[in-house]
Design a protein around this ligand. Structure first.
Ligand code: NAD
Length: 256
């Protein structure tokens, strides 16, 4: 049976592990060929090798999304390997290494690096990829925000960057609609990944308690919690969906 993304080529940034890895595996599961772009070389190579071992098409490229030479090389590699680009998932972010604290505890260097990766990164990746999408007659970009964008305290650089991603999604969607390129965004709630565990100091029991206490769907979300939303947003079924941010948080924000 034909899978929904047969013949499509996707790039997933931050795809070496965590939510990005789940996205890459889901896209391959629908027969897309995937370039995994990440700074983590060993994990990225291992993820791509595991996908290939199961019969999927995946390659790894070491990429720093904040560096324009690196993002151009990323697009060039996808073109060389797979001959086109249809889908870009802007998932990579400064997240795991960010220690929460009051706004005056954030260094200028940390603020600049968070913005460079989380805001400039999706722009640079889009800039590198859009000409190739235009050449294919269209495409789908999915950005990764966070529910923290809606007002979480004590991580001002991160929350500001994730709010910027929601604005970028709308502006880019407005600009690229004429090229048949749709731009949407996913805003996950707390999800059990290596990055979240690092932020929690390895204490995921507290994270799980929090999920149970604050979500309508009272379960800890796992890295694959957003894949159904991603697959919908990149599918023909979402042909007229653009500029949107879908919150996937088990209903946490209903509770305030
Ligand atoms: N886990 C959560 O609770 C949660 C909640 C909301 C949003 N998010 C967002 O989801 C995305 C994935 O998060 P995760 O939990 O899987 O985190 P993670 O830290 O486990 O994974 C992030 C990946 O991005 C990569 N990366 C970081 N900087 C990079 C750069 N400059 N260039 C290329 N790759 C880079 C990392 O190496 C890592 O593989 C992030 O955008 C994060 O902000 C996560």
């Amino acid at each position: 049976m034909t899978k929904s993304l047969e013949g499509k080529v996707a790039i997933v940034t931050g795809g070496a592990r965590g939510i990005g890895r789940a996205y890459a595996e889901a896209l391959v599961g629908e027969d897309a060929a995937v370039l995994i772009a990440d700074m983590l070389e060993a994990e990225g190579e291992a993820t791509a090798a595991e996908i290939r071992a199961k019969g999927g098409r995946a390659v790894f490229q070491k990429v720093d999304v904040s560096d324009p030479d690196s993002t151009e090389a990323m697009a060039a590699r996808a073109m060389a390997e797979f001959g086109g680009i249809d889908i870009l998932v802007n998932n990579a972010a400064m997240f795991a290494s960010l220690i929460g604290g009051p706004m005056d505890s954030i260094s200028i260097e940390r603020w600049d690096r968070t913005m460079a990766v989380n805001v400039k990164g999706p722009w640079l990746c889009s800039k590198a990829v859009v000409p190739h999408m235009r050449a294919r007659g269209g495409g789908a970009i999915v950005n990764q925000s966070s529910i923290s964008a809606y007002g979480m305290a004590y991580m001002l650089d991160y929350t500001s960057s994730k709010a910027a991603v929601i604005g970028m999604t709308k502006s880019l969607a407005s600009e690229l609609g004429k090229d048949n390129i749709r731009v949407n965004c996913i805003a996950p709630g707390g999800t059990a990944t290596e990055g979240y565990s690092q932020i929690m100091g390895g204490n995921m029991a507290i994270a799980e308690e929090r999920a149970k206490a604050t979500q309508l769907i009272a379960e800890q979300m796992m890295p694959d919690a957003m894949v159904g939303t991603l697959l919908h947003l990149v599918s023909d079924g979402a042909r007229f969906v653009t500029g949107q941010t879908l919150v996937v948080d088990g209903g946490r924000y209903f509770l305030g």
